[in-house]
Design a protein around this ligand. Structure first.
Ligand code: ATP
Ligand code: MG
Length: 195
């Protein structure tokens, strides 16, 4: 499951858990993006902070792991590169790429989309506020799945921190504490943002 995870929240975790259980997956690999090319307009929190929050959020689940492939690869993150790297690391694995309805709707605009299809089975999951559709996508490579509706976004979590509103129970407890410890998302804390 790729994502910016800025910060990781319970929408990500519930989606991953549901797909893991339904498909009986051995492992769900969370892959925080390096530089997300779709989000160049805003300052994204440093990759190390996003990586560590993802590690904290997933640590208690024996089937959840976190990969550094995207944050260690220089330049913008493209999913075709993510899947190529994961495939090299796990030559015998059957790969699935979990993606929310909003991201699935954008997928045809992703770089290298044609090379991407044979690398994994794409699992599009429901997300409140977005229509889940596989229209125009290759049916052999895409499958849709309903997951418990969690109306949570990282954008909303960041805005809540700015507005001094709670993020408890939207993100895991350790992530709430991590955000507080490093003063993430507070506009006055200039150090934590990358341009
Ligand atoms: P932002 O608001 O910064 O874009 P986000 O909440 O959309 O953050 P991302 O890191 O962009 O989180 O998303 C990573 C992946 O998780 C995407 O495929 C996205 O569609 C999916 N996802 C995010 N939130 C949910 C949710 N609440 N339910 C289902 N899928 C989700
Ligand atoms: Mg998003």
């Amino acid at each position: 499951m790729g994502g910016t995870f800025d910060p990781i929240h319970h929408g990500h975790l519930v989606a991953a858990s549901e797909v893991q259980a339904r498909l009986d997956l051995d492992e769900v690999v969370f892959v925080p993006t390096g530089q997300p090319w779709q989000k160049e307009g805003r300052g994204v929190t440093s990759a190390e902070h996003r990586y560590l929050m993802t590690v904290i959020a997933t640590a208690s689940n024996p089937r959840f792991t976190v990969s550094r492939v995207d944050i260690d690869r220089p330049g913008p993150t493209y999913t075709v590169d993510t899947l190529t790297d994961l495939r090299e690391q796990r030559p015998d694995a059957e790969l699935f790429f979990i993606t929310g309805a909003d991201a699935l709707a954008q997928i045809l605009s992703w770089r290298g989309v044609e090379q991407m299809w044979p690398l994994a089975q794409f699992i599009g999951v429901t997300r409140p506020g977005h229509v889940l559709s596989d229209k125009g996508l290759p049916p052999d490579h895409v499958r849709l799945m309903e997951v418990p509706a969690m109306a949570i976004s990282s954008t909303d979590c960041r805005q809540r921190v700015v507005d001094d509103e709670p993020v408890w129970y939207l993100v895991p407890d350790g992530v709430v504490q991590y955000i507080g410890k490093y003063q993430l998302y507070k506009p006055e804390a200039g150090e934590v943002k990358e341009a």
